[in-house]
Design a protein around this ligand. Structure first.
Ligand SMILES: [Zn+2]
Length: 504
């Protein structure tokens, strides 16, 4: 009979908090009560933990056992506390010495046979432990590479509860597998592969430099998908903080590569048009899974065939795009995931999607208009670059034109971003994020003659006030890329020309 406490980590969104798992074993009818706001999975842990302990050959105290998770006000999800609960119970009721786990956090789900199974979110959990001054993280073997991405904390792994018990008795060792420092191996797609699509390449470069959302329209064969897939390759690499953030989100979603490398490149997510709201913005029971928009944090969310997405699904993206984060309402409160992503939408001009575009399409104009109307509205209001792409002529594919590789474009993008960040100061990092009020501010307002091409279009009723603002943002990006201090009339004209959609 006795009392013992060990530590684990609970996640709330991407934030982790070290929690205390305490067990009290008292004389009385054999029972196990778990308290501390457990969710359903944790209640189920009672039977799982008992079976795992017994199948590990350890003695399960025949007594009244109370397990409590602190702080009590914090909601704790999932099965990641199983192992900590088992150790606390054994220490309290079966005199298991836990001195060797001083300063440690214990993570892991238990199988009925006593195996310790991997859990989601180990990276943010170990990060929280390290920040809280913990010295050791004991994690499931399958999560060890990921856990080791966190600096300043020792990481040991286990494959079974029996091994931890053996370790505490001094008869067995924890696992310390040698993990090769794996390189990120994702293949970079190069913009040099996209031949004959000058306009498309220009749009990608501008989008990367200004962090503008893009919508590309054109019949199949215009290279929309090829272009979108190459946007991450010209975006600046993630810095250390961004890299940890993105990797943590993938860790919680359970989509981290087994090599367990830090995500260093801007991620690309391309959900199918049949995707649900939950798949896009996140959800699910227990510890909510981040959706595609969060997995594309600091990267690109590509919606191919975007006119085919259910309208409710597209609408669900609007708020996260504005706020840079997703707020998932849950039965017990809110889970917040970051979602600062760059949107790339692509669509055919009409439902028939014939390769020749307008020449071969036989859809009545009303059908075409209705199809495109699906893509108007509040979401499109956020999209700075909206362009029609023409089919690539076969001559361009045979030609020997010189096309710049992504590496050169990425360099220009990086410089342009630096210029923009220095100019906007604390207001915004990129032209795409700069508030409209800033564009109208005396210091940055463009002269009448420079804005002339836009005012003409507006007076003719062909450009909305929002379209006006978006063109000004793009004009700044054009100037930044060319190394000019301020946009000129020619930049504004190009920006306008890159909004070639008939519906502006
Ligand atoms: Zn058609």
């Amino acid at each position: 009979m006795g009392y013992a406490r060990v530590h684990s980590v609970a996640l709330h969104g991407v934030a982790g908090e070290v929690i205390v798992v305490e067990a009290d074993v008292a004389p009385g009818l054999p029972s196990l009560v778990v308290s501390g706001l457990p969710d359903a999975a944790l209640s189920e842990a009672r039977d799982r933990v008992r079976a795992a302990v017994q199948n590990s050959g350890a003695y399960w105290p025949q007594a009244r056992i109370t397990v409590n998770l602190l702080p009590a006000h914090m909601r704790k999800h999932g099965s990641g506390f199983d192992t900590a609960v088992a150790i606390a119970v054994l220490a309290a009721g079966a005199a298991l010495p836990i001195g060797r786990l001083k300063g440690a956090v214990i993570l892991g789900e238990l199988g009925l046979d006593g195996t310790v199974r991997p859990v989601r979110g180990v990276l943010p959990a170990v990060l929280a432990a390290s920040r809280a001054g913990k010295e050791l993280a004991l994690v499931p073997l399958a999560n060890v590479t990921e856990a080791r991405l966190v600096p300043d904390i020792e990481v040991r792994a286990t494959d079974s509860l029996g091994r931890i018990i053996g370790f505490l008795h001094g008869s067995e060792n924890l696992l310390d597998p040698v993990s090769e420092p794996a390189m990120e191996t994702s293949i970079t797609l190069d913009l040099a592969d996209v031949l004959g699509q000058e306009r498309g390449r220009r749009v990608i470069e501008l989008a990367a430099a200004g962090r503008h959302h893009i919508a590309m329209f054109g019949p199949p064969g215009t290279g929309k998908t090829m272009l979108a897939a190459r946007l991450p390759g010209v975006l600046p690499p993630l810095d250390d903080e961004e890299s940890i953030e993105v990797t943590a989100l993938h860790s919680i979603a359970g989509t981290l590569a087994p090599s367990g490398t830090l995500v260093r490149r801007a991620p690309l997510q391309a959900p199918h048009h049949t995707a649900s709201v939950a798949a896009l913005v996140g959800g699910g029971p227990g510890l909510a899974k981040p959706g595609a928009i969060s997995l594309a944090h600091h990267g690109v969310l590509f919606l191919d065939e975007c006119a085919e997405f259910a309208s409710g699904v597209l609408d669900s993206l609007r708020q996260p795009l504005e706020q840079g984060q997703v707020r998932l309402r849950r039965a017990y409160g809110e889970t917040v995931y970051p979602a600062r992503t760059q949107l790339v939408m692509a669509a055919n001009p009409c439902p028939c999607a014939r390769p020749g575009g307008r020449q071969t399409c036989q859809c009545p104009s009303i059908v075409r208009r209705r199809y495109q109307a699906r893509l108007s509205g509040p979401l499109m209001d956020r999209v700075d670059l909206q362009v029609d792409l023409d089919p690539v002529r076969s001559a361009a594919l045979l030609g020997t034109e010189h096309v710049e590789p992504s590496a050169i474009i990425a360099k220009r993008v990086l410089e342009a971003r630096g210029t923009a960040a220095a100019r906007w100061g604390r207001s915004a990092k990129t032209n795409g994020d700069v508030p409209a009020s800033m564009l109208r501010d005396g210091r940055f307002r463009l002269s009448k003659s420079v804005l002339h091409p836009l005012t003409v279009e507006m007076d003719r009723g062909r450009l909305s006030a929002r379209g006006f603002e978006r063109s000004v943002r793009v004009a700044w990006t054009i100037a930044d890329l060319d190394g000019r201090e301020r946009p000129e009339a020619a930049d504004v004209r190009e920006a306008l020309e890159l909004r070639s959609r008939s519906v502006r």
